[in-house]
Design a protein around this ligand. Sequence first.
Ligand SMILES: Nc1ncnc2c1ncn2[C@@H]1O[C@H](COP(=O)(O)OP(=O)(O)O)[C@@H](O)[C@H]1O
Ligand SMILES: [Mg+2]
Length: 251
Amino acid sequence: MTTPIVEMRNIEKFYGRIHALRGVNLKVNPGEIVGLLGDNGAGKSTLIKVLSGAVPYTSGQIFIKGREVQLNSTNDAIANGVETIYQDSALVPQLSIARNLFLGRELRKGPRWMDRMDTAEMNRVASELLRRVGITKNIPPTTPISGLSGGERQAVAIARAMYFDSDIIILDEPTNNLGVAETQGVLNFVRDARDKGHACIFIAHNIHHVFQVCDRMVVMRMGTVAADDLTPKTSTIQDVENVITGEHLAA
Ligand SMILES: Nc1ncnc2c1ncn2[C@@H]1O[C@H](COP(=O)(O)OP(=O)(O)O)[C@@H](O)[C@H]1O
Ligand SMILES: [Mg+2]
């Protein structure tokens, strides 16, 4: 049996009196793309914020590669190999692509006390990464993020997760507001990340996007996991929509 990359056990989350997560269990295996689906308010974002250390949970346990961890901050999560890409990801528009890729983890050169950034090396690595995630247009790594399209920004965020060898990459609605070609680009990066051994949790409103990339789907409803074994091979979009709405219970 493979050890899951991530296992969340019996996670409970209250925001004051709102019971947002009710005994949630979630496993993600190495090299697996899990689509996380559910209606507005189902608890998807809360679950991934818990996993990315952005919000504290009320109770439950989180294991990463079989080891129990306490994720008290986003830095804790990153240190444990969990990288999260939000819709308008945490990129700084005024800074260059290269600087954004290394934000908070800048490469250094020379003696430590001089604390000099190795800009040339960061630019070189950034160019290579841009090619790797499929930005073939010749965009110099010194270009500020503000000069990029939405899809290109997502690509930079994904490149960062891949470079730092995150075990699991979480994408919360990464295809919102993207054009058709850019959306295909993001879906390709997700597949590419999986092929390089990263696991992914992919949240998207558009169920067709989820069907195009996921190995397995987890559906949340009212703070619980309603199903965790649906796959694009064995379920139709209609089947999954019925679970999302709770229609399958009425049948
Ligand atoms: N910061 C917050 N404070 C209070 N309630 C919240 C907060 N964030 C989310 N909620 C509530 O928690 C529930 C789950 O929300 P959320 O995780 O955002 O769902 P989803 O991402 O599936 O739309 C909802 O009832 C929502 O109103
Ligand atoms: Mg959400």
